[in-house]
Write a protein that binds this ligand. Structure first.
Ligand SMILES: C[S@@+](CC[C@H](N)C(=O)[O-])C[C@H]1O[C@@H](n2cnc3c(N)ncnc32)[C@H](O)[C@@H]1O
Length: 717
């Protein structure tokens, strides 16, 4: 439980004598909670703490008094009918609390509340419905289906039926059924791929498996040292960023010398450069030929539509069409061949002649020293998608865009082109949603700048972790390459990050939920979400959500002035005020603790020195001088401490040993302190900055472009 602010003016009358008083009090809390809920700005996606507080108070009031009334401590024993009424009310509060947590993106707490609500009143349909929703976000679709079925049962058990709620639940049930069917197919396809595509996966030290709740997972098939290339995937389709079109090769995306750019531009569309290598590659030449008329058309008639995303969709669709045309021709051929009883054509030899097979890709790709995985269309269309989560406005935009694409193709290639290719508008919309969840910005391996957009189906098989053990970049051929960040043991899952892991657990989970529609279940989040930022004043243990109890103050008429009391279940003491946790609490590993204590000490020395400089620059008795540490020694000590911590940097220890985030904050704090040091010059700062960047390599090398600028900004000098 997080610390919840309490309104100053609620009086807590703990002496509830009978059922009527209890129900009145709880009803009051519910009403104020509801008022706070309605007042809250719906666009604000932070937790509505006020509403949560009032609902929590209602629940606490019930917990504190119900047993007493039931166990006949009082003369006013509660009867069955009253008990039912009371439990119904509390269950509604749990349901409302669950909704607050859902709106605040705290799905674990939302689920916990919904479960409690259904336990207390099995006929609370909304609670079952919310339980189902939370399970969906947690990718437990089987559980979600069970809950939505319970919700429907509860609707039917209620004498007064809320028709719109029942309709909502029925629709949701259909959606979950569809999702379960889709997952079943995905699992079958995954098992098929494991068998059929064995050779491609054998090129890398990995194994593809299916796990309930997570879907496809990539595991290490042997012990892997740090830096090992674990996967290299060719793009199903990729395009340059708009501002790179006039400077970079449109096939391999490498930068072209200024003097060569004019010669290398396509004479027809004048909108596509090929580097000297690619202009000798038949595949690269033909690849552009197929899109040239489209680019030309856009330039002439819809100049504002020549955007990266629009160009990207054309490239995706051209490959889809190639794949479909080939398959259609193959079917026709097979039918003709079998009807004429000629010798059977093996499917493998036919597929090798596909214009969209691995063997027919660019020779540059095939001759490269590193192997790669090639994905045909069936692996693209099997990727997970979130069509049901797409906002209505976005869906409208998809439809408009899909219609424009069809119109342009039909105009340029013949009125029935799309129909003949067998691509429907529904399929294009589905591809859009796949691209939305699986498209990747393409990152330069050295400077991490985004230079394009691509889709790499097998690259999307890797799951996310907020303490990843692998990272990715795009290499000189525009392939997506994954490498290990630390040694990985055989059988361990290979995980990358989809988000900025330098932010707080709740922020990360919110971003992943908003962007990718799942509630992160990684080890790091599970560990961090159970920690509070407080520790027990008596036993000094860090309070976790599971050791933290929630108590109402015992004072009869008093108002809550300093928030809730916390009850440490480890030492049983009740504390009114809790201090913020000491950063060394984050490190269970002794070596880390010592290193960080040292850094902390040095920071303090620096800060004191800085203060004393400000107040009395020639105070010879300041602590720093008393310790007899000259400038360069302090500076060296800090660097040494940083180096030591690098030996045990967070990517090398397990998630339950280290808080990546606190480590980063520590470095930032250190840097800010050093910046204030008058005697530190730019060169020294630069050196500390490089040291910190080196320490944060695992994070900086992660794919997202969000965090890199934020780290750079914090290390500005
Ligand atoms: C890009 S896919 C990754 C591959 C996925 N396993 C599959 O088979 O498609 C992203 C999906 O994987 C699951 N996933 C990945 N990382 C996760 C995590 N840390 N916690 C929960 N689910 C995760 C979620 O279902 C998410 O929507």
């Amino acid at each position: 439980m997080t610390s919840i602010p309490v309104e100053q003016n609620i009086s807590l009358d703990n002496e509830i004598l009978n059922f009527k008083q209890l129900i009145k009090k709880i009803e009051e809390y519910k009403q104020i909670g509801n008022q706070e809920f309605t007042k809250y700005d719906k666009t604000n996606d932070n937790l509505n703490k006020k509403a949560v507080t009032y609902y929590s108070l209602g629940i606490e009031c019930f917990n504190n008094n119900f047993q007493r009334l039931k166990t006949k401590e009082t003369m006013n024993v509660i009867n069955d009918k009253d008990e039912k009424e009371l439990k119904k009310l509390v269950s509604i509060i749990y349901s409302n609390l669950s909704l607050c947590f859902i709106n605040g993106y705290e799905i674990d707490k939302a689920l916990e509340s919904a479960i409690k609500g259904t336990e207390i009143d099995i006929d609370n349909a909304k609670c079952h419905y919310r339980k189902s929703l939370c399970n969906q976000y947690m990718c437990n679709f089987k559980e979600s289906f069970k809950s939505i079925s319970d919700a429907l049962k509860a609707c039917n058990n209620n004498t007064i039926i809320d028709k719109s709620l029942k309709q909502l639940i029925e629709n949701e049930k259909k959606e979950i059924e569809k999702k379960l069917k889709k997952l079943e197919n995905e699992e079958i396809e995954c098992q098929n791929r494991i068998k059929e595509d064995y050779e491609q996966f054998q090129q890398f030290p990995i194994e593809l498996v299916w796990r309930d709740g997570f879907g496809r997972c990539v595991l290490a098939s042997e012990d892997l040292p740090k830096g090992t290339m674990v996967l290299r995937v060719s793009p199903f389709a990729s395009v340059l960023e708009d501002h790179k079109i006039e400077k970079n090769c449109g096939f391999c995306f490498k930068k072209i010398n200024k003097k060569d750019r004019l010669n290398q531009n396509c004479k027809n569309c004048k909108n596509h450069l090929l580097c000297s290598q690619c202009s000798n590659d038949e595949y690269a030449i033909n690849y552009h030929k197929e899109e040239c008329d489209i680019l030309n058309f856009l330039k002439e008639y819809y100049p504002s539509s020549q955007t990266r995303d629009f160009r990207f969709m054309f490239r995706v669709l051209l490959n889809v069409i190639r794949d479909k045309n080939f398959k259609r021709n193959q079917t026709t051929k097979t039918t003709t061949t079998s009807s004429s009883s000629s010798s059977s054509s093996s499917s493998s030899s036919s597929s090798s002649s596909s214009p969209f097979s691995k063997e027919n890709q660019s020779k540059q790709w095939l001759n490269h020293e590193n192997p790669f995985i090639f994905d045909s269309y069936k692996y693209l269309i099997n990727l997970s998608r979130t069509l049901d989560k797409v906002q209505p406005e976005q869906m409208e935009a998809f439809k408009r865009s899909a219609q424009s694409v069809i119109t342009i193709f039909n105009k340029l290639r013949g009125a029935k082109f799309f129909e003949q290719c067998g691509v429907t508008i529904e399929e294009i919309i589905e591809i859009y949603s796949i691209v939305l969840s699986n498209g990747h910005e393409m990152l330069h391996p050295l400077n991490c700048h985004t230079y394009g957009l691509g889709i790499f189906p097998t690259g999307s098989y890797l799951n996310h972790s907020c303490l990843p053990n692998a990272f990715w970049y795009n290499d000189d051929q525009g392939m997506m390459v994954f490498r290990t960040l630390r040694p990985i043991k055989k059988g361990e899952e290979i995980l990358t990050s989809y988000t900025d892991i330098t932010t707080e657990c709740s922020e990360r989970r919110k971003h992943l939920l908003k962007q990718y529609f799942f509630f992160c279940q990684c080890q790091q989040c599970k560990f961090q979400s159970n920690l509070t930022d407080q520790y027990c004043l008596s036993c000094k243990n860090q309070l976790t959500n599971s050791t933290l109890c929630f108590n109402l103050p015992n004072n009869k008429n008093g108002s809550i002035d300093s928030g809730f009391n916390y009850h440490c279940s480890k030492c049983n003491s009740i504390n009114k005020q809790l201090e913020s946790i000491n950063p060394s609490f984050y490190f269970t590993n002794q070596h880390d603790q010592r290193t960080f204590k040292k850094i902390n000490l040095l920071i303090n020395i620096m800060q004191q020195r800085h203060q004393s400089f400000a107040t009395d620059s020639i105070n010879k008795n300041n602590e720093y001088l008393m310790k007899g540490m000259p400038d360069h020694i302090v500076y060296k000590e800090i660097t040494n401490a940083l180096e030591q911590s690098m030996i045990l940097n967070p990517s090398k220890v397990s998630a339950d040993q280290v808080f990546t985030n606190s480590l980063i904050q520590y470095y930032f704090r250190l840097f800010q302190t050093l910046k204030l040091e008058k005697q530190i010059d730019t060169k020294q700062l630069q050196s500390v900055k490089s040291k910190i960047l080196q320490l944060l390599t695992p994070i900086i090398h992660l794919p997202s472009s969000h965090h890199k600028p934020s780290i750079e900004k914090k290390l500005n000098y």
